[in-house]
Design a protein around this ligand. Sequence first.
Ligand SMILES: [Zn+2]
Ligand SMILES: [Zn+2]
Length: 142
Amino acid sequence: MTLQLPENRVLLPILAAVIVAAVAVGGWGVSQAVRAPQAPKPSEPTFPFLCDKCGALFDQPRSALSDETFAAMNSPQGAAIDCPKCGAKSSAYMPTRCPACGKHYISDSARGLPPSSDRPARCPHCGVDPVVWQIQHVKPEI
Ligand SMILES: [Zn+2]
Ligand SMILES: [Zn+2]
């Protein structure tokens, strides 16, 4: 009999308990990973464009846009791309959706034109100015 045996008798059950716990946790982790729903693949973002020539409204995926176009879309100058429907060059712009009638139109800012007080950005379909419409119909959050 040495002094280590009693220690082992105490340590072994603890060690066994730790192993059991580790296996349980490991198994739980695996089952969680299996049960977790597969994260959906991020779908490629698409961007709406409206052709000024033929009026076609279509979505372009990011991969169909050149880096120059994508940069222009995010700049005040705006971006114009070739229309895939009628073939017009640099005729399709990112449209504005009228909040009143729901139709799309190309605003001056989308064409890269500076805002002008003589030319209010009204919807060509119903004549509503979206900024005025928002003020009249959308209650500000307090
Ligand atoms: Zn077109
Ligand atoms: Zn409208």
